[in-house]
Write a protein that binds this ligand. Sequence first.
Ligand code: SF4
Ligand code: SF4
Length: 83
Amino acid sequence: MISITIHEQACRGCQMCVDVCPTKVLSFDDDKRLCVVQTPQDCIACLTCSYLCPSGAISHADYHTVKNFYRDLAFGSRMSRFL
Ligand code: SF4
Ligand code: SF4
């Protein structure tokens, strides 16, 4: 399963990752003033939180990416002959 790490010393508590996550994996810990991983099993590995974090405080491991072939224009043009 995917592993998500919040590097607590880097997190500045802006909550942008909490707001952007489409599956609500992350939440905000009011006591610590940091975001925390709440439901890692719901992570779809979009990596949006990681790219968006201004501190680079979120990292992921044990995931694989699937190529978005429908956005590959060269592949799409080859398919047009069948349409
Ligand atoms: S986006 Fe980064 S700095 Fe902001 S709360 Fe999330 S982990 Fe912390
Ligand atoms: S990688 Fe995507 S789904 Fe996973 S925690 Fe980050 S924003 Fe949410």
